[in-house]
Design a protein around this ligand. Sequence first.
Ligand code: CXF
Ligand code: ZN
Length: 377
Amino acid sequence: RVVARPIRCKAAVCKAAGEPLEMEEVEVAPPRAHEVRIKVVCTSPCHSDITFWRMKDGPNMFPCILGHEAVGVVESVGEHVQEAAVGDTVVPVFLAQCGECADCRSARSNLCSALPTRPGMPRDGTTRFSLAATGEPVHNFLSVSSFAEYTVVDVAHVVRVGDALPPEKACLLSCGVATGIGAAWKVAAVEPGSTVAVFGLGAVGLAVAQGSKMRGATRIIGIDLNPDKFETGKKLGITDFVNPNGIGEQTVSEVIKEMTGGAGADYCFECIGSVSVMAEAFRSSRMGWGKTVVLGVDGSAAPISIPSLDIMRGRSVVGSYLGGIKPKDDIPVLARKCLDKELELDEFITHQMGFDEINRGLDLLAQGKCLRCIIWM
Ligand code: CXF
Ligand code: ZN
């Protein structure tokens, strides 16, 4: 093993909440034990980047390097790294899979308990980044920090995907699209013939639609304030569209009940991150077996208000990280399905641009004008 040296490269540094990212020269330390240094090929902003970027007193301290949806090539490896080698194409993931803890060994969880997601590098909480000019440490974000030409990631957070899949598609499997597909397949386990309601038609919601369609759902109702979303939605399986602004005095749950003969949807997915929408999604679910899956991240961590008598009637609400996907087991399966053209990712890529334009990419996503914007390093 060649001993790696620090690398100087460009990174988009977030210096204060909500402020545009600043292109800076940073020093990226060599990977320590169980870590790999990755040359990022491309990255795509995910809404959680925006949620944390806006958060004034969030868990990540500034300055930091955001970004957690990416693909790259391993540039160097630290000690005790066996499962990845220099030159491997890898997808970094904000969730670890150590493979050995109780959660990793159980089919019921994907929340690795040995290396829970927390600020800093997973094993020691430190960072591998500093500003080249001053030496000031730059914090790590979600164990990935992909808004940089190079990043260091724990080997438990990387998935080898091979290089047959084009990078812009592999990149999407890193968070948003995998989350939506996983939610439909693993968390809800959508059954053939079901009716599904998807609240919020961003990349996650549309991936839920595609995943539900692949599982045989016959009716997939999309709910979004932006009427343009229906066009893209149709291509990915949305069969009916509800615009909350176009239903007069009625509530969305009333409309969904009407559309389903009074019953409600079998599966409801909240893909926005609003606790009031989570409650409305729950109200739209069927008595007896209706399942509501919460995918959106509410940055304020507000409680969801659900009448206890309603939950007694066989309805449930469940949350998950990454749609229940176990990164190392399931992302390669998704990659295979993309190669076999069973999974269609082209519709998700609405924009592509160079690294220097990353702030424009973030703005487009924040304004709901883009599904995924591929940023090429
Ligand atoms: C989020 C979910 C909440 C914690 C941080 C990561 N998922 C992806 O964007
Ligand atoms: Zn994400």
